[in-house]
Design a protein around this ligand. Structure first.
Ligand SMILES: C[S@@+](CC[C@H](N)C(=O)[O-])C[C@H]1O[C@@H](n2cnc3c(N)ncnc32)[C@H](O)[C@@H]1O
Length: 494
């Protein structure tokens, strides 16, 4: 049934709302259909889509059933531990021991790992064309395993939970990870899916570095059970700037670019949009592309511009950007990233930290920029909240300086301020300069507390915020005080 526009529409809307009415779908259909006709056409497909239907008077309410609801609790328990799975931590130590022919915690090995980590970090801050490390030498990959792997692995688990909650995970999935390195994403998928009920996946990967592929296979064999719900295939050694290598499936439900596109320099210009566009030709109609980059301003902003500019490739940003106004993002210089609680350092990190500058070798903070893209299956309009019309667009803030206004925004950052002044980036897709919601701690009340507790990407109504322009930063501040009400919109009461 893939490719049926009605099913694609239902899936699209279900990906943005956990519950909606079939009557809401009617206006997006080319040929008019009644609620009953829609219901009859989609009913046989609902279990496959992870959706359930309930009659509501003359209408039908569709609710998202997460695959393996029981798995949600197991995932939360796992994430709350904030710890790389011990089997994987041990597999990394053993791989290092095998590669260097000395114990992983031997002082000489540890010192070489420190050097590799320092060199990688120094390289990272160089301009793209001056970067030298291409993961061709053994120690650069071992340094990656010691320093980056644990955080990126746990970060991927958080992102998979987001995809799960947004309805992107299906009972049977074909996934491709481009620039897989030592297999961070495939291994996290294998781990994440192992906690869900009744889901399975085949995960393919592309990687150019032989050293990374060797590490990938070793960790996979130690960590992913044979015959389990996830089959992790050996990576294809290839350059993602070239046509896709032979031997890969024709269609993927999920294509991931994790910390790779930002690394690509090309003499003839920026190759990233062309690469994503080419991979997107192999995306199933209801599939998603996940792009992940580090949270620093340069990488994050570049990724956001890339994602917003992929419409010519038939891709629209599904999350985390706000879609409730039904408009394409016009925001320049958008620096927005998600955060999650820091992980516990691994035993390997702690061993490396036994030196004069321990902080250099402990990498536990989770901060990442991501975009979920999907095919422009239905008009962007389909995601509009009609109630948004009652709120001031952020593009019109300049007409209301010094006044109190009501706006509808998505929270687009973690805490950017401090204990005295709480500060969050907010967006509605229309602003031409960055906008921040500012809450002085002494103005915090039960009525505005939702600004602090809402998760990244949550849509909020800000009722009664004072508009201020920050000339020094060409940015807008929306001052939340004790009279401001902050709450999530009531999507059914539109
Ligand atoms: C920073 S690592 C990211 C690895 C993994 N995706 C993660 O998130 O941890 C970047 C990886 O992309 C690979 N890579 C870089 N350019 C590539 C290219 N043009 N084709 C294939 N792989 C590439 C590198 O070899 C490296 O393994």
């Amino acid at each position: 049934m893939a490719g049926n526009p009605l099913i694609s529409t239902i899936q699209y809307v279900a990906g943005t709302r956990s519950s909606f009415l079939l009557s809401e779908i009617i206006r997006y259909l080319d040929a008019p259909m009644t609620v009953d006709e829609i219901y009859r056409a989609i009913a046989p497909e609902l279990p496959r889509l992870g959706l359930a239907a309930t009659r509501r008077g003359g209408d039908v309410e569709i609710n998202r059933l997460l695959p393996g609801d029981g798995g949600r609790g197991r995932t939360s328990t796992f994430l709350e531990k904030r710890e790389l799975p011990p089997v994987l931590a041990t597999a990394i130590e053993e791989y290092i021991t095998k590669k260097v022919g000395k114990p992983w915690d031997d002082p000489v090995t540890a010192e070489r790992l420190r050097k590799a980590i320092t060199a990688q970090k120094d390289d990272y801050w160089k301009p793209l064309h001056k970067r030298s490390l291409r993961y061709t030498k053994g120690y650069s990959v071992l340094g990656y395993l010691a320093y980056h792997f644990p955080v990126y692995f746990m970060q991927t688990e958080h992102l998979l939970l987001r995809l799960f909650e947004e309805g992107f995970l299906k009972k049977s999935m074909t996934i491709l990870d481009a620039g897989t390195g030592p297999g961070v994403v495939p291994l996290a998928i294998a781990d994440f899916f192992s906690r869900l009920d009744g889901v399975k996946a085949s995960v393919y990967a592309i990687e150019q570095s032989e050293e990374h592929i060797e590490a990938f296979l070793s960790l996979r064999d130690a960590f992913v059970p044979r015959g389990g719900p996830v089959s992790v295939k050996p990576p294809k050694q290839a350059d993602i700037r070239d046509p896709l290598p032979a031997g890969l499936p024709e269609r993927f439900d999920l294509i991931v670019f994790s910390n790779v596109l930002g690394e690509l320099a090309d003499r003839s210009g920026d190759p990233r949009a062309g690469i994503v566009g080419r991979f997107a030709e192999r995306l199933s109609p209801d599939g998603a592309i996940l792009i992940i980059e580090p949270a620093d301003e340069i990488n994050s902003t570049r990724m956001r511009t890339l994602a917003a500019g992929l419409e010519p490739a038939g891709l629209v940003v599904h999350s985390p950007c706000p879609l409730f106004r039904g408009t394409a993002c016009k925001a320049p210089r958008c620096w927005s990233f998600a955060t999650a609680p820091a992980i516990r350092p691994t035993r390997l990190m702690e061993t490396l930290a036994r030196c004069d500058e321990p902080y250099r070798y402990i990498n536990t903070d989770i901060k990442y920029s991501y975009a979920v893209l999907r095919r422009a299956a239905i008009p962007r309009d389909g995601l509009r909240l009609s109630s948004a019309a009652k709120f001031l667009q952020l593009s019109k803030l300049h007409l209301h300086v010094g006044k109190r206004v009501n706006t509808m925004v998505a929270k687009m950052s973690g805490e950017l301020g401090d204990a005295k002044t709480r500060l969050f980036k907010v967006c509605d897709g229309t602003a031409k300069a960055p906008v921040y919601a500012v809450l002085p701690a002494f103005h915090k009340t039960a009525e505005n507390e939702a600004l602090l507790s809402a998760g990244y990407g949550t849509v909020l109504e800000l009722r009664g915020v004072l508009v201020r322009y920050n000339r020094a930063h060409d940015a807008w501040n929306l001052l939340v005080n004790r009279n401001t009400e902050v709450r999530e919109p009531d999507r059914h009461g539109e």
